[in-house]
Design a binder for this molecule. Structure first.
Ligand code: 13P
Length: 247
């Protein structure tokens, strides 16, 4: 049985003071959660949030990192920096990073390997645009993303990855994929993971759905056989996140 994992992607929201307030509101409500819970927060909030979740089961993640250990990469943050702080997850290849910061599959692949090398759990994002969905190439597209993003991983390494399927047309739009649409792609993702790493490994990898997840739609999405939780944007900044976790 795969344990569900619900991650909040705060994106570029919350100053450290606001982060503290949000944690103070959410943490007591997330005690004894049946799912793994992760707060993926801006770099500048990491220390505040790590302090705030101390003594709880909530894990903390970053939203990006560089693939090198160190060096002349102005403005970047490395895996060892995150690891030493106590961060345990990192979101990689989010569609916003692919679109606005020209992140390529090959860079994402290097980052995934680097995260695993430092014992960070990568949450690797994939998903299609509306144009791709309408052209009926959703599954081909997502398969290609995963083959590139996870290339060269061992079966053992693959078990340490979380996949987030996030259709771009559903992000921040209030237009959630139906549970059938989300399940169809998550099942196809599990098939490609099986081709890459073997069926047994694929059965152990957790696949999240993301894109306008809210307290109303979470339960039915998370009940689908290949959906093992969610990557939640807007609703992770509100009390609603606790309701989503309870789903
Ligand atoms: P929303 O939940 O705001 O649609 O964002 C989804 C997302 O991009 C999470 O990474």
């Amino acid at each position: 049985m795969r344990k569900k994992i619900i991650a909040g992607n705060w994106k570029m929201n919350q100053t450290p003071m606001q982060a503290k307030q949000l944690c103070d509101m959410l943490c007591p409500q997330l005690e004894h959660a049946a799912a793994d819970v992760v707060f993926c927060v801006p770099f500048t909030d990491l220390q505040t949030v790590l302090d705030a979740v101390q003594g709880t089961d909530i894990a903390v993640g970053a939203q990006n990192m560089h693939f090198a250990d160190q060096g002349a990469y102005t403005g970047e943050i490395s895996a060892p920096m995150l690891k030493e702080m106590g961060v345990s997850y990192v979101v990689l290849g989010h569609s916003e990073r692919r679109e606005y910061f020209a992140e390529t599959d090959s860079a994402i692949n290097q980052k995934v390997k680097q995260a695993l090398a430092y014992g960070l759990t990568p949450i690797v994002c994939c998903g299609e645009t509306l144009e791709q969905r309408e052209a009926n190439i959703t599954i081909e597209w997502v398969r290609m993303q995963l083959k590139l993003d996870l290339a060269g991983l061992s079966e053992q390494q693959a078990k340490g990855v979380v996949i987030a399927y996030e259709p771009i047309w559903a992000i921040g739009t209030g237009k959630t994929a139906t549970k059938e649409q989300a399940q169809e792609v998550c099942a196809a993702i599990r098939t490609v993971l099986g081709e890459m790493f073997g069926k047994e490994t694929a059965e152990q990898i957790r696949i999240q759905y993301g894109g306008s997840v809210n307290a109303k739609n979470a339960a039915e999405l998370f009940a689908m056989p290949d959906i093992d939780g969610g990557l939640v944007g807007g609703a992770s900044l509100k009390e609603e996140f606790a309701q989503i976790v309870r789903s």
